[in-house]
Structures are given as C-alpha cells and as structure tokens.
Design a protein around this ligand. Structure first.
Ligand SMILES: O=c1ccn([C@@H]2O[C@H](COP(=O)(O)O)[C@@H](O)[C@H]2O)c(=O)[nH]1
Length: 233
C-alpha cells in the first residue's frame, strides 16, 4: 500500500476567504496542512477545528519557546485541540523540551507528535554569528537535534541540507521535517537553506513543508499534485 504523501502545505493566510478557497480545493488524501502564527493569531483554535472537520491532519506550527511550565501547558493545550503535530524551539533547552514531552504523557496514544525547531531555514551561519552562535548552521542543527532526541521528542525541524548528516547521528525513527522546499525555478523568498522536493526526499526527509510555491501559485491543486507525482504519490 502506498503511504500518504509526505507533503505538509503551510497555510499562511491573513484573509479567511482566501484560506477557504484554497482548502476547498485540497483533499486530505493529498497532503497534511500546517497552521502557523499568522492564521492562528487571526482566527484561533476554530480554524484548526474547521480543518479537522474537513478531514485534515494539522501541524500546529506555533514554535513554543518559553519557560518549561508555560511551554508544557501550551503543548498540552495543543494536544487537547487534537492536532497531529506540534512544535517547540529546541533552543529553549532540555528542561523545556522534557517538560513539553511530559505534558503529553496523559494523552497516551492520542498525543500529537512533538518536534523541535533547530535553526530556522531562513538563517545562514553569518546570522547565527550575529546572535552569538559561533558554530555553523550544520553544527548547531546537529547539536540541537541530538539534545531533542535525548529529551525523547519525536523529531526536529531542520533544512533538507542537514538531513543526510543528521541521519548518521540520531535514531532511525527520529522524524526530520523540512521546510525551505523549493521546486526547481520557484522564488526563494526569505528561505536560505533550501532543497527541491526530490532532493529532500532523496536525502531522507520524512515530511516536506511547502507554502508559497503551492499557495501562491495560479493553480495550487495542480502544483500540489505535480509535486506528489514527482515523489511517487
Ligand atoms: O525553519 C523553519 C521553520 C518553519 N518554517 C515555516 O515553514 C513554512 C514555509 O513556507 P514557504 O512559503 O514554503 O517558505 C512557513 O510557514 C514557515 O513559517 C520555515 O520556513 N522554516
């Protein structure tokens, strides 16, 4: 049996009618969807419930980064909403990540996947230096991925460019979720550490997050289906 597509479509919209117009065209068998800070801040948990009613699995990408008690409570609230995946920032540290993981224990098999953001795909090593990180992006991603694994989380967000190195450092079942995906010829926008969908899968990504190349295209459904086809879905 062919597993479901690894694509997660980033629903970064400010206008509800534009979101609905896109989601009306999408089919939950073709992709999962991601709700980020813009959509959640504007429309709140109801937008997640609506996507659930439509049959979508939702990655709630709010990148929690706070003291352990606050982060744990936020992750539990996401689990109450019934999302498929939720995330925190690995740079919040091991105590924070462990508290977030512990907060999901009461949810048992219904707990969402919990992953941690390593280094944003919009950053290069020179920008890390500006914020006092002297290692390059690959070294910093590797460090944060190993800490995340030690804390028992399910995986990390990283760029596809780090995936093959990470595969040698972390357990086989550790999920690598990669934004910064750009089909050949698409505009990079603010993304810096990028790969095409085919490259990302070949390097060992589990899930590919794609926003603007699909959502801002003239025919989002056609682009989504075309990317799926290039990946064998
Ligand atoms: O390191 C990260 C973490 C999260 N993102 C999110 O993914 C999408 C990418 O959208 P595109 O339009 O394909 O650039 C977006 O929602 C980001 O918030 C990321 O890009 N990098």
């Amino acid at each position: 049996m062919i597993e479901k597509s690894p694509l997660i479509v980033a629903l970064d919209f400010a206008v509800r009618s534009e979101l609905d117009a896109l989601v009306d065209k999408l089919d939950p068998s073709l992709c999962r969807v991601k709700v980020g800070k813009e959509l959640f801040t504007l429309y709140g948990p109801e937008v997640v419930r609506d996507l659930h009613r439509r049959g979508f699995e939702v990655f709630l990408d709010l990148k929690f980064h706070d003291i352990p008690n606050t982060t744990a409570a936020a992750v539990a609230a996401a689990a109450d909403l019934g999302v498929w995946m939720v995330n925190v920032h690995a740079s919040g540290g091991m105590k924070m990540m462990s508290a977030a993981k512990a907060a999901l224990q009461p949810f048992g098999k219904d707990a969402p996947l919990l992953i941690a953001v390593t280094v944003l795909t919009s950053m290069q090593s020179d920008e890390l230096l500006n914020i006092g990180v002297h290692d390059n992006a690959l070294a910093q991603v590797s460090r944060l991925a190993m800490l995340t694994s030690e804390c028992g989380l399910d995986g990390v967000v990283c760029s596809a460019q780090e995936v093959s190195v990470l595969r040698g450092l972390i357990p086989d079942d550790f999920l690598l979720v990669t934004p910064g995906i750009r089909p050949q010829g698409s505009a990079l926008g603010d993304q810096q550490r990028v790969a095409t969908p085919t490259e990302a899968m070949a390097m060992g990504s589990n899930y590919l997050v794609i926003g603007r190349p699909i959502t801002r295209s003239e025919d989002p459904l056609a682009v989504l289906k075309q990317i799926n086809a290039t990946l064998g879905y």
